[in-house]
Design a protein around this ligand. Structure first.
Ligand SMILES: Cc1cc2nc3c(=O)[nH]c(=O)nc-3n(C[C@H](O)[C@H](O)[C@H](O)COP(=O)(O)OP(=O)(O)OC[C@H]3O[C@@H](n4cnc5c(N)ncnc54)[C@H](O)[C@@H]3O)c2cc1C
Length: 403
C-alpha cells in the first residue's frame, strides 16, 4: 500500500509515523510544498512549542475549541492529552507542565520535538519529498495527485494535513472534489485601540477581567494585558477566538466592554466598594485603590469618570460611587483593527466538518481520502489545544479505517 501525506507539518508527521506503525509494509511519503518541514512547530510557543495542555477531562478539554469541540470529544476518547504526553515521553522527550497547565518540552526548545519526529521518520523509513505542492486530486482506482511542477502520482490512500490557509482559493483543489470550504478567517488576535488613551498604561495586567463584545452575547474571562496598541492577554485572545467570525463580519470595528472585577452582580460590587471605602476612612481616593486594580489603571479610571484623585474617601457621594461602580463593571473601549498574536495564531475555517467522518477522519466525498490538523474547520484557543487537535485527528486518520 502506498500512502501519501499532503503537508509536512505537525499533523502530517504525526499521521505519517502512525501509518508506518499501523502498516509496516506500507510505503509512506510526506509531500511538502515548501523547502522545509515542521516550520510552524519550530516557531511555536515562542520557540518553545506548547505541545499540548495538561487538561485531562474530555468535556473541559473540548470547551477550548470555538469550532470543532463537539466533534473532537469523540476522538479525544481515543487519543487525548494523556496519550500525547505519554507518546512523547516514551520517545525520550521530557515534558514539563506549567502552572497554567501548558505543556512544554523540558528543554524549552521546539527543536526537541522536531528531533523526535526526525528520528521516528528515519527509523520508519518514511520518505519526505520537498517542493512538492499538490494542486489537484482525482479519485479513480486509488487517488491520483497532481503537483504544481506538472507531474502526477497515484496513491492507495491519502491523508491531507495541509494546515490552515488564509485564502479559501488555496483549497480549490479540495472543493473541486466535492468538499465544502468554510471561509477562512483569522483566530487568536489582539485588539487595536488607536484612539484610546488606555494604551498609555501598556504593561499593566489585570488578573481576572470579564470582557465582552457590546450588544453581543460573546464574553470571556481571565487575565487582561494592556499593550502599546490596545489590549491582549488570555481573556482577549479567548474572546477573539470565540468571536473570530463575528468580528471578521464587523471588520474588526466594534466596542469591547470590560468588567475589571469579573463581577456581574452590581449589588456585590456596591457593598464591596462601600466596605472598602469605610476602611479607607479619610484617605484620598487615589491612595485607596482596590487590590484587583493596579495603581496606574486606578488613577486612569478615576480621571475617566472625572473623580478628583485627592477627594477624600469619606466624602464620596452616591453619584461618585455609582460612577465608580459603572466604570469598574461596564467600562467600554473602541476597537479598530487587530494584531495577530505572534506566539500562536490559527485560521478558523477550512474543510467543513460535515464532510468528514469523525470515526475515521475519512472524507465523506472521496473514499480513501482522510483529513487531519488545521485544514479542518477546527481551532482552539492558546494553551497547546491546536497541536492537540492535530495529534488527535492525525492519530485517528492514520488508522486508515473505512467507514
Ligand atoms: C507562530 C505560531 C505559534 C504557534 N504556537 C503554538 C503552540 O505553541 N501550541 C499550539 O498548540 N499551537 C500553536 N500554533 C498553532 C499550530 O502551529 C497549528 O495549529 C499546527 O501547526 C497545525 O498543524 P498542521 O500540521 O495541521 O498544519 P501546519 O503545521 O501548518 O502544516 C501544514 C504543512 O502543509 C504544507 N502544505 C500546505 N499546502 C500544501 C499543498 N497543497 N501541498 C503540499 N504541502 C502543503 C505547508 O507548507 C505546511 O508545511 C502556533 C501557530 C503559529 C503560527
Amino acid at each position: 500500500m502506498k500512502v501519501g501525506i499532503i503537508g509536512g507539518g505537525a499533523a502530517g508527521f504525526f499521521a505519517a509515523i502512525h501509518v508506518a506503525e499501523n502498516f509496516p509494509e506500507a510505503e509512506v511519503v510526506i509531500l511538502e510544498k515548501s523547502s522545509k518541514v515542521l516550520s510552524k512547530v519550530k516557531v511555536s510557543g515562542g520557540g518553545r512549542c506548547n505541545v499540548c495542555n495538561a487538561c485531562t477531562d474530555i468535556d473541559e478539554l473540548s470547551k477550548n475549541y470555538p469550532r470543532g469541540g463537539r466533534q473532537l470529544r469523540k476522538i479525544f476518547g481515543i487519543f487525548s492529552t494523556v496519550q500525547t504526553m505519554d507518546w512523547f515521553e516514551k520517545r525520550g522527550v521530557e515534558l514539563v507542565v506549567q502552572e497554567d497547565q501548558c505543556v512544554f518540552p523540558k528543554s524549552q526548545n521546539s527543536q526537541t520535538i522536531i528531533d523526535c519526529f526526525r528520528d521516528e521518520v528515519l527509523n520508519k523509513k518514511i520518505k519526505i519529498r520537498l517542493n512538492a505542492e499538490v494542486i489537484g486530486l482525482e479519485n479513480s482506482h486509488g487517488i491520483q495527485l497532481r503537483f504544481s511542477f506538472g507531474d502526477s502520482e497515484k496513491f492507495d490512500k491519502v491523508i491531507v494535513t495541509a494546515g490552515g490557509h488564509p485564502k479559501a482559493e488555496k483549497l480549490n483543489w479540495l472543493k473541486q472534489c466535492g468538499h465544502e470550504i468554510i471561509l477562512p478567517v483569522p483566530s487568536l488576535f489582539t485588539f487595536n485601540m488607536p484612539d484610546e488613551p488606555v494604551k498609555n498604561l501598556m504593561g499593566i495586567v489585570v488578573e481576572n477581567a470579564l470582557v465582552s463584545i457590546q450588544s453581543e452575547k460573546l464574553e470571556a474571562t481571565g487575565p487582561l494585558l494592556i499593550t502599546h496598541w490596545g489590549m491582549s492577554g488570555p481573556a482577549i485572545l479567548k474572546l477573539s477566538a470565540f468571536g473570530a467570525r463575528l468580528l471578521a463580519d464587523k471588520k474588526y470595528d466594534f466596542k469591547v466592554q470590560v468588567n475589571w472585577l469579573n463581577q456581574r452582580n452590581e449589588s456585590v460590587i456596591r457593598s464591596y466598594i462601600q466596605d472598602h471605602f469605610l476602611k479607607c476612612g479619610n484617605k484620598q481616593i487615589s491612595n485607596c485603590r482596590l487590590s484587583e486594580i493596579p495603581q496606574r489603571l486606578w488613577d486612569y479610571l478615576l480621571e475617566k469618570i472625572g473623580l478628583p484623585s485627592d477627594k477624600n474617601c469619606s466624602q464620596l457621594s452616591e453619584k461618585d460611587k455609582n460612577k465608580l461602580i459603572n466604570i469598574l463593571s461596564n467600562d467600554s473601549y473602541k476597537v479598530s483593527g487587530k494584531t495577530t498574536f505572534k506566539e500562536e495564531f490559527v485560521t478558523a475555517g477550512g474543510i467543513s466538518l460535515n464532510d468528514v467522518s469523525f470515526k475515521s477522519m475519512q472524507s465523506k466525498k472521496v473514499k480513501g481520502l482522510y483529513f487531519a490538523g488545521e485544514i479542518l474547520d477546527i481551532d482552539g484557543i492558546t494553551g497547546g489545544f491546536n497541536f492537540q487537535a492535530a495529534w488527535s485527528t492525525a492519530f485517528i486518520a492514520a488508522m486508515l479505517k473505512e467507514d
